[in-house]
Design a protein around this ligand. Structure first.
Ligand code: S3P
Length: 173
């Protein structure tokens, strides 16, 4: 049975570094709800940064953990503000559970603006490491289609995180 709109979780998706966590924290504060960052929860659970999980257990194992965590979270919570890792929506099971239990927003940022943040992300984003800018750009565009499928797209270009949060809240009214 579908939950009424106002009782659902709000889930933020989008490419690494677009501001899912920061914007999620703003939304949670404004709605007085709990905020959950999936990557941070996985890091706590395994007592290891994501980069280390990728290194020691491999990406496939991380994707498995990510799926289990998100499926469990979506099925057992409501009224939460949740930010997903940028790769989570590549998994169909994650897309399905999110879309059936929650309201999903895709945070979009133009590649040209995103590029300026790349240096801040390199150290702890294993999927960006050892790639040329061209390869990263390809990855960015190959993900856009998946993010944009079936969810509300929210533009973040030139906006402060709080302004994006306000726009999302406004669209819910
Ligand atoms: C990933 C994004 C990261 C993290 C992991 C893989 C991806 O999350 O889950 O490094 O494949 O896009 P953020 O989007 O929060 O950086």
């Amino acid at each position: 049975k579908q939950l009424p709109f106002k009782e659902k979780n709000i889930i933020l998706i989008g490419f690494m570094g677009v501001g899912k966590t920061t914007i999620g924290i703003h939304i949670a504060k404004k709605l007085n709800r709990d905020f959950i960052d999936v990557d941070q929860e996985i890091e706590k659970q395994y007592d290891m940064p994501v980069t280390q999980i990728f290194k020691t257990m491999g990406e496939q194992k991380f994707r498995q953990m990510e799926k289990e965590f998100i499926v469990d979270l979506c099925c057992n919570s409501r009224l939460k503000i949740i930010s997903l890792g940028g790769g989570a929506f590549l998994q169909e099971e994650i897309r399905n559970v999110c879309l059936s239990t929650s309201i999903v927003f895709f945070l979009d940022l133009s590649f040209n603006l995103w590029k300026d943040r790349l240096h801040l992300l390199m150290d702890n984003r294993p999927v960006l490491q050892n790639k040329t800018l061209e390869e990263i750009e390809q990855l960015y565009y190959s993900r856009q289609g998946i993010y944009a499928l079936n969810h509300s797209k929210v533009n973040t270009d030139y906006l402060k995180p709080e302004e994006v949060a306000d726009n999302i809240l406004h669209s819910l009214k």
